[in-house]
Design a protein around this ligand. Structure first.
Ligand code: S3P
Length: 446
């Protein structure tokens, strides 16, 4: 199968009502860090060894794109990848387009890197990625001197002209986006002078941490990250922790299922990613962290979660960027809580792999969960709900959220268009089985 047809088969989930959530599991590697490990490893001098790499379609697309630019990469083999870095100026012009699959992170971070290369490149993606806004990176990159053509309304594909000298800028991001911040920091390595990126609220800082780990200094002054152009990256060893965004499905699954008792091992608990823990705790969840340690510049812990009755809350605005990918499954927690959970200031959810406010609202309606939609959020009223048919709109996190919902539904939940679960969580079904969820995966080859 070519990469473009990787998810062309139809996958449907039949999530049977009931089931248990017990045991000890380790979910796959962090998606954000997996992308970045390939990018920085490829541009470093020397050989980078990565463990815990996510073998999902998104990060594999990044890996293939670097191979297409002449980087020798061995693996992945059980999460192990060996990258023979070519140095900051060692990439070769690819033969064709760089296909980045479903990955917004891939496209936005690549755009910063490719703007600094000597050759032209074209970045493409799947149907979902092709609808996502790219002016948020193209506009500031143009301010740095990049030449970038987009399709209508700033959508992909992006054609990036090589050989353009870049200069550092001072940029105030209009939205809290780690992808935009990372894009500009990566372009900043190729720019003359200093690039300063100020964020309106803290967002995940994996790029800054990993750059520092590769010996490329990123300074921080309050809300501003600062990088000086013209430096170099030194290869190293990267241990990617389990993805808290994947762990989130099981944190909620256990929190809502009477009798549940589950340990999630070696989960990344970077302070810019722990919104799911903070929000669930505020709702009354029983979560305990143990074995806290630091691995390769990132904090990790085991998370023990037991069933506890949840209550509805007003979600703190500050938690929104720290839990940005976890809202689909948090709405399922809210549907099982006593009272109403209110989310606002989360308009970014509308430009994810799907419009996650609308897609979740449609799904909640299909199973009888009372809710009210707002431009920038939703109110979800907890209570009982029935089974039904859900369209995930090809969004991995919508699909997995409703699989979790079935644990407490009064009927089975039939979830359409689930192939993209493979972008971030290829063994979701296997781990769901391990803990006692009752999920059938029905594959129909188109
Ligand atoms: C990511 C940043 C977030 C997140 C995405 C991964 C990253 O996107 O939703 O899944 O790896 O930098 P935004 O920067 O658009 O918020």
């Amino acid at each position: 199968m070519s990469e473009q047809t990787m998810t062309q088969h139809n996958v449907r989930y039949l999530a049977h009502q009931g089931g248990s959530v017990r045991g000890r599991i380790r979910v796959p590697g962090d998606k954000s860090m997996s992308h970045r490990s390939i990018m920085l490893g490829a541009l470093a001098e020397g050989v980078t060894e990565v463990d815990g790499f996510l073998e999902g379609e998104d990060s594999l697309a990044t890996l293939k794109a670097f191979r297409a630019m002449g980087v020798q990469i061995e693996g992945p083999d059980n999460g192990h990848v060996t990258i023979h870095g070519v140095g900051m100026h060692g990439l070769k012009a690819p033969q064709g387009d760089l296909y980045l699959g479903n990955a917004g992170t891939g496209m936005r971070l690549f755009s910063g890197l490719m703007a600094g290369q000597a050759f032209d490149s074209t970045l493409t993606g799947d149907a979902s990625l092709s609808k996502r806004p790219m002016n948020r990176v193209a506009d500031p990159l143009r301010l740095m001197g990049a030449r970038i053509d987009t399709a209508d309304k700033g959508r992909p594909p992006l054609h990036i002209h090589g050989g353009q000298p870049l200069k550092g800028i001072s940029y105030d991001m209009p939205m809290a986006s780690a992808q935009v911040k990372s894009c500009l920091l990566l372009a900043g390595m190729y720019a003359e002078g200093e690039t300063r990126v100020t964020e309106p609220a803290p967002t995940r800082d994996h790029t800054e941490r990993m750059l520092n780990g590769f010996g490329y200094e990123v300074r921080r002054e309050g809300a501003t990250a600062i990088i000086q152009g013209g430096g170099r990256l030194t290869a190293g060893v990267i241990d990617v922790p389990a993805d808290i965004s994947s762990a989130a499905f099981f944190l909620v699954a256990a929190s809502i299922t009477p009798g549940a008792d589950l340990v999630l091992e070696h989960v990344g608990i970077n302070p810019t990613r722990v919104g799911i823990i903070n929000i669930l705790k505020a709702m009354g969840a029983d979560l305990t962290l143990s074995n806290e340690r630091e691995v390769g510049g990132e904090p990790v812990a085991d998370i023990h979660v037991r069933y506890a009755p949840l209550k509805g809350i007003d979600i703190d605005d500050e938690q929104v960027p720290l839990a940005i990918d976890e809202f689909p499954v948090l709405f399922i927690a809210a549907a099982n809580a006593e009272g109403t959970t209110r989310l606002r200031n989360a308009a970014e959810l509308r430009v994810k792999e799907s419009d996650r406010i609308q897609a979740m609202a449609d799904g909640l309606a299909a199973i009888g969960v009372e809710h009210t939609v707002y431009d920038d959020g939703i109110d979800v009223v907890g209570g009982t709900y029935h089974g039904g048919r859900i369209d995930s709109h090809g969004d991995h996190r919508i699909a997995m959220a409703f699989a979790v919902a079935a644990l407490c539904a009064e009927g089975d939940i039939d979830i359409l268009d689930c192939a993209n679960v493979a972008t971030s969580f290829p063994n979701f079904k296997a781990l769901a089985d391990t803990v006692g969820m009752r999920l059938d995966v029905i594959e129909e080859t188109a």
